[in-house]
Ligand binder design. Structure first.
Ligand code: NAD
Ligand code: WQD
Length: 342
């Protein structure tokens, strides 16, 4: 079994991955500044997995802290989730995103290099593809950012490519997530957006819970089957499982390897709404409004590289993700700020 540093471990995807790592017998050290999460998530992670983890409160940009962490006990690898991820916010606060996401990753890589820890799994995003020329999207598709957030992911991937080219000791897997949704089936951990959700799925959950009156559908005049935007939604538990496969792969294969994590199926906004209503029995009132600036019509993955290289495929259905996401939302209407899940 391995000892892993998981940055952003208290976050949405990090907490689900921490459960999977603990259940697989790995040792987990979470480093999180709780800028977009709660340490309570980590308490629940340990409760679900039935095993403890080490929770360190701190910032990946803190070089002295990183040096201490890497000096305490050797890590077999790092899974790096810590980042700011709101596209709209990145447009208004680009320097905060470059500092947190790029400088933060640089500080982490420098600490790893000093400690001779060279196994790295990175949270990248399908946003690096921008508006795709072809669908489904393969890892060979052109890389181009359409906003500062996406640019931070493109820049970090370039850093990683250059690092792996300069030093053959490095094993780097850059996981390009499509659209993660849902929650752990226990209902104990899930997505806990700080304020008005930017993303579709958490917004639907809040409409279902009565926290939002109705869903605004950003355009029904897209060149898609029903005119609404199409995305590749994957269950966050499948995404978490992909990280364990990626880590195992990185332990065997040197160099830089980008891998798409998606289902390979496109689902429209209205299809997701109807799937959610069917899976939960909740009604989701909606209105069609103007397109959101910067949106694209359709985006879904060619996940064949993940199957070939990692032996990973998404296994859970959209309906399962809807049911699991609703269980989290209904049991934790105020996320981790509310009462503990019963
Ligand atoms: P999240 O905000 O829930 O989790 C990120 C975690 O990192 C939070 O717990 C936050 O407190 C922590 N963090 C942020 N900056 C930090 C810093 N400087 N030092 C220490 N901790 C810090 O987000 P998420 O949805 O779990 O995303 C995790 C990763 O996956 C991010 O890198 C994101 O860009 C990427 N990603 C997310 C999605 C998505 O739709 N959620 C899609 C593609 C890629
Ligand atoms: C999905 C679809 C919207 C909200 C974003 C980031 C990306 C990644 C994942 C971090 C689109 C429509 C949405 C709403 C709507 N995050 N929609 N009403 O835009 O595919 O990707 O999250 O890496 O970087 O760009 O996800 O959930 O925002 O939108 O109609 O209230 O739902 O137009 O078609 P997106 P999303």
């Amino acid at each position: 079994m391995a000892r892993l540093l998981v940055t952003g471990g208290a976050g949405y995807i990090g907490s689900h991955t921490a459960v999977a790592l603990l259940e697989a017998g790995h040792e987990v050290v979470s480093l999180d500044n709780y800028s977009n999460s709660s340490p309570r998530a980590l308490e629940r992670v340990s409760r679900i997995a039935g095993r403890p983890l080490t929770a360190v409160e701190g910032d990946v940009r803190d070089a002295a802290l990183l040096k201490r962490l890497f000096a305490q006990q050797p890590f077999d690898g790092v899974i790096h989730f810590a980042a700011l991820k709101a596209v709209g916010e990145s447009v208004s606060k680009p320097l905060a995103y470059y500092d947190n996401n790029v400088a933060g990753t640089l500080a982490l890589l420098q600490a790893m290099q000093s400690a001779a820890v060279t196994c790295f799994v990175f949270s990248s995003s399908a946003t690096v593809y921008g508006a795709p020329d072809e669908l489904p999207i393969t890892e060979q598709a052109p890389i181009r950012s359409t906003n500062p957030y996406g640019a931070t992911k493109v820049m970090v991937e370039q850093m990683l490519r250059d690092l792996a080219a300069a030093d053959a000791a490095w094993s780097v897997v850059s996981l390009r997530y499509f659209n993660p949704i849902g929650a752990h089936p226990s209902g104990e951990i899930g997505e806990d957006p700080n304020d008005i959700p930017n993303n579709l799925f958490p917004f639907i959950c809040q409409v279902a819970a009565g926290r939002r009156e109705r869903l605004a559908v950003f355009g029904n005049d897209w060149p898609t089957a029903d005119g609404t935007g199409v995305r590749d939604y994957l269950h966050v538990a499948d995404l978490a499982a992909g990280h364990l496969r990626a880590f195992d792969f990185a332990r065997r294969r040197r160099g830089f390897t980008p891998v798409n994590l998606g289902t390979g199926r496109g689902v429209s906004v209205l299809q997701l709404v109807h799937a959610f209503e069917a899976a939960t029995g909740r009604s989701i009132p909606f209105s069609i409004v103007e397109r959101r600036p910067g949106d694209i019509a359709a985006c879904w993955a060619d996940p064949s590289a993940a199957a070939r290289l990692l032996g990973w495929r998404a296994e859970r259905s959209i309906e399962q993700a809807c049911a699991d996401g609703w269980r989290w939302q209904s049991r934790n209407p105020d996320g981790y700020r509310g009462e503990a899940a019963t």
